[in-house]
Ligand binder design. Structure first.
Ligand SMILES: C[S@@+](CC[C@H](N)C(=O)[O-])C[C@H]1O[C@@H](n2cnc3c(N)ncnc32)[C@H](O)[C@@H]1O
Length: 202
């Protein structure tokens, strides 16, 4: 069975997501990271970058509770999130300056989560360098968007840039780690950068 074939099969996590009413199986990656690193606080403000179809936002919304808020951004519309209270869906490009200004006005955030990924081309060099560019952009937004003490999660396709991006995270956060959740498909080359204890003073 080829890689594409396996990814199109509904696995345990896809079936469970459907049963539990989540928009995607990705929820379980964030849930695992949350269990280990408590990245999202109750009552917190969360920015979800690359949010469509919406399972990370759904999960973050359930963790922050009624006193928290989630801002969800994606290039694609977010119809699954329209009926949620305390969720602001925004269609936009995370490289767009006007969008960044409007996000800064809604911050600062306790947590920035990014599952953003480029459309894959099948060319690993192209895909991983586009993914790294997205992660670099997300890291560069921390001073404008993240509170001191805040937390970052960003998905990265592994292609050789992970150590330099991890070093960037470690230079701004008291802890930085690369995490591969069990819910991440074994054949996927994705990994998650986790940074906790953001400081703007370094
Ligand atoms: C894997 S999906 C996210 C899944 C989501 N976390 C969930 O749980 O439902 C990746 C998303 O990143 C978005 N994306 C890619 N580049 C983006 C950019 N420059 N700005 C905003 N969103 C972007 C894509 O449109 C896509 O919907």
């Amino acid at each position: 069975m080829g890689r594409g074939d396996r990814r199109s099969q509904p696995d345990h996590y896809s079936i469970r997501a459907r049963k539990e009413g989540f928009a995607a199986r990705s929820i379980y990656k964030l849930q695992e990271i949350q269990r280990k690193y408590a990245v999202i606080p109750t009552g917190g403000r969360v920015l979800d970058i690359g949010a469509a179809p919406g399972s990370w936002t759904q999960f973050a919304h359930s963790v922050v509770g009624p006193t928290g808020h989630v801002v969800a951004v994606d290039l694609s519309p977010l119809p699954e999130l329209e009926d949620f209270t305390n969720v602001t869906p925004i269609v936009g490009d995370i490289f767009d300056t006007a969008l960044i200004e409007s996000l800064a006005a809604r911050g600062p955030f306790h947590t920035v989560i990014s599952d953003a990924a480029p459309p894959t081309t099948g060319n690993r060099t192209v895909d991983t360098s586009r993914s790294a560019a997205l992660v670099e952009q997300v890291i560069s937004l921390c001073p404008a968007l993240l509170r001191d003490g805040g937390t970052l999660i960003a998905k990265l396709f592994q292609g050789g840039e992970e150590q330099s991006l991890l070093a960037q995270v470690r230079s701004r956060f008291s802890m930085g780690r690369l995490v591969k959740p069990r819910a991440s498909r074994s054949e996927s080359f994705e990994v998650f950068l986790v940074g906790t204890g953001y400081t703007s003073q370094r």
